[in-house]
Design a protein around this ligand. Structure first.
Ligand SMILES: [Zn+2]
Length: 139
């Protein structure tokens, strides 16, 4: 669908996130803000806005991908827990925020900020390293 940042999958999206890989029901991206090390976004593979418009089977398969991502992130980053969040207030394309949390890290015991005031950006080289680590744990 045009005018959808996820469907276009172009420069506006790559300014915010970096593609990691395709999964069975979505595209996995690394969020450029790594305040929470390993923060990802899983975008549904079809343009759909609401969970209630998805067949239950599709929703369950999407959540199976989320489960695999959480396992992979926990193996790679040894996070103490992982937040997942569906919002859908701004982008009209269903996506899941997947945010590892750490006992000695930011927002432990509180909600993370979707748009950090002071995002932690890494070098392209550092992003590449993280992307390949996550990819190898999902294979
Ligand atoms: Zn879309």
């Amino acid at each position: 669908m045009s005018n959808c940042i996820y469907c276009e999958d172009g420069e506006p999206l790559s300014r915010i996130m970096i593609k990691i890989c395709d999964l069975d029901n979505g595209k996995l991206y690394l969020h450029r803000d790594q305040t929470h090390r390993g923060r990802c976004i899983l975008a549904l593979d079809i343009h759909e806005r609401k969970i209630t418009n998805l067949p239950k089977e599709k929703y369950c398969r999407l959540m199976a991908d989320v489960y695999a991502i959480i396992q992979a992130l926990t193996e790679v980053f040894h996070s103490d827990k992982v937040n997942i969040l569906f919002l859908g207030d701004t982008a009209e394309h269903m996506h899941v925020h997947i945010v590892p949390k750490y006992k000695d890290g930011k927002n432990w015991g509180t909600m993370f900020a979707v748009n950090e005031k002071e995002p932690l950006y890494l070098t392209e080289e550092e992003y590449k390293t993280i992307v390949s680590k996550i990819k190898s744990h999902l294979a």
